[in-house]
Design a binder for this molecule. Structure first.
Ligand code: CO
Length: 136
C-alpha cells in the first residue's frame, strides 16, 4: 500500500430545506457557532459551515430548483449528502482515483467554497457515498 491520499475529513455535508432553521438547530442543541457562510452560484446552493475539530459540518440548502441538492431533497428528503475528504493535491488525487477505476463526476478540479479546489467522485462504485476531494 502507498501513502493515503486522504489527509483529513474536511466536511460532512447535510442537505437541508431551510438553512437558517438548520443552523439555529445546531446552535440550540449543540451550542455550535457559524464559521463561514457562502452562496455557491455554480451549484445553486448556500452553505453554512460549523467547525468541529479540524473538520466542518456543512449545512447545504438549494436556492434554485435545478440544483442537484434540490433534486436530492425532492427525492430523499433532508439528510447526509456527501463526505468531503481533504487531499494535498486535488488534481493528483483525482487522477489517482480515476486510474484506480472509480467513476468521477468532475473530470478536472474546479473551484469550491472558501477558495478551495474540489472534485466529486460518483456514489455509484463508491459504496453509495458521494465523495468530494477538497484541497485547501
Ligand atoms: Co462539499
Amino acid at each position: 500500500m502507498g501513502e493515503t491520499l486522504l489527509t483529513d475529513v474536511d466536511h460532512v455535508a447535510i442537505a437541508v430545506k431551510d438553512l437558517d432553521e438548520a443552523l439555529a438547530w445546531y446552535v440550540r442543541v449543540f451550542g455550535a457557532s457559524l464559521a463561514h457562510r457562502e452562496r455557491i452560484e455554480s451549484d445553486g446552493v448556500e452553505e453554512a459551515l460549523i467547525k468541529v475539530g479540524t473538520s466542518y459540518i456543512q449545512l447545504l440548502s438549494p436556492f434554485r430548483d435545478d440544483s442537484p441538492v434540490a433534486r436530492y431533497l425532492a427525492q430523499r428528503g433532508e439528510g447526509l449528502h456527501h463526505v468531503g475528504y481533504r487531499v494535498a493535491d486535488c488534481a493528483q488525487a483525482l487522477a489517482a482515483v480515476k486510474s484506480a477505476g472509480a467513476r468521477v463526476i468532475d473530470d478536472a478540479p474546479r473551484p469550491g467554497s472558501r477558495g478551495t479546489t474540489v472534485a466529486f467522485v460518483h456514489p455509484k462504485g463508491a459504496l453509495g457515498t458521494l465523495i468530494e476531494l477538497v484541497e485547501e
